[in-house]
Design a binder for this molecule. Structure first.
Ligand code: F6P
Length: 344
């Protein structure tokens, strides 16, 4: 078969491991020709490709990012985009397309399959771990480890100066990274998008802790965390080039509020894209490899409109319609029954 593959949305550690696994099994077991599209859907519409074979996969397993490049945006946003995609399939004789992406890319993949009947299989990825239908996405484990390493380092300087450290992590709609890194890093408070926070309550926790002595505090805040209505002045939304609300910066808003209310010196650390960069953890390499193998098997099973997913440590196929247009919130039991036990 002629199998196309693209990586879409924000990058994450493990994308190259998926590509490698698809190519390995596709070429060696099924005799497939695998074609990589550069820069996500742009590559499909502009016919920018790269042929992928086992030889070219050497050294790819531990490499972060994606060798194919990635973009946000979709054929639905370009005039004549859908016709161009169909033409690419026809002209290139594509039998299948594997789309490795997060919520946005999987929604587009689902729609293209649904609207045009294209033979598409999805693979979920994102450091945010917020894809519905799978227990976990690759990239998450690496991001949590990176954030935890940073928090570990911040403890010592926070303690030396007896300060509050606000650590902002990624997670525009969900608090998965914040909750896991916060538990692993011994956070004093964790703020997540799923639970609007009251700044006065946060300050009460910080004051109580500091009254016990020189107890510096680490507050882990997900970039999408929001103050409860009426508790802080609202802020004007800023949009990025593809029209998404820019989330970054909630910690910068919080720091002066905390300093003013508590009198404790407060510093901000924005981990930002450091969480997305670099080599994948061993866990993510294994997960990405399993998803890649699952995807090429799904292609040969003709499981169009499905994506690989992890359920109870088994790779299974689930309809992409389960994930399309949704976001998986953090497990609130983990937040309420585990993380918050250690607040204060
Ligand atoms: O991949 C998802 C994500 O990590 C979000 O948590 C974050 O808001 C977003 O990417 C930022 O991505 P970019 O800077 O590439 O738009």
């Amino acid at each position: 078969m002629r199998v196309g593959l693209l990586t879409g949305g924000g990058d994450c550690p493990g994308l190259n491991a998926v590509i490698r696994a698809v190519v390995r099994k596709g070429e060696m077991e099924y005799g497939d020709e695998v074609i990589g599209f550069l820069d996500a859907w742009d590559g499909v519409m502009d016919r920018r490709t790269m042929s992928l074979d086992v030889h070219s996969m050497r050294g790819m397993l531990p490499k972060g990012g994606t060798l194919l490049g990635t973009r946000r945006g979709s054929p639905y946003e370009r005039d004549g985009g859908l016709e161009t995609v169909v033409k690419t399939f026809d002209d290139m004789g594509l039998d299948a397309l594997i789309v490795v992406g997060g919520n946005g890319s999987l929604t587009v993949a689902h729609n293209l399959h649904h609207d045009l009947g294209l033979p598409i299989v999805g693979v979920p990825k994102t450091i945010d771990n917020d894809v519905v239908g799978t227990d976990i996405t690759f990239g998450f484990n690496t991001a949590v480890q990176t954030a935890t390493d940073a928090i570990d380092r911040l403890h010592t300087t926070a303690e030396s100066h007896d300060r509050v450290m606000l650590v902002e992590v990624m997670g525009r709609d969900s608090g998965w990274i914040a909750t896991h890194a916060g538990i692993a890093g011994g956070a004093t408070v964790i703020l997540i998008p799923e639970q609007p926070f009251d700044i006065d309550e946060v300050c009460t926790i910080l004051r109580a802790r500091h009254q016990r002595g020189r107890y510096a505090s680490i507050v882990v805040v997900a970039e999408g965390a929001e103050p409860a209505a009426g508790t802080m002045p609202s802020q004007e939304k800023v949009y990025d080039l593809v029209g998404r609300v820019r989330r970054r910066g909630v910690a910068d808003r919080l720091a002066p509020e905390i300093e003013q209310r508590t009198g404790f010196e407060t510093r901000v650390v924005l981990l930002g894209h450091i969480q997305r960069g670099g080599t994948p953890s061993a866990y993510d390499r294994v997960l990405a490899t399993r998803f890649g193998l699952g995807a090429i098997d799904a292609v040969h099973a003709g499981a169009w409109g499905h994506m690989t997913a992890m359920r109870a440590d088994e790779v299974v196929l689930v309809p992409m319609s389960e994930a399309a247009g949704k976001t998986r919130p953090v497990d609130l039991a983990l937040y309420q029954n585990v993380a918050s036990v250690f607040f204060g």
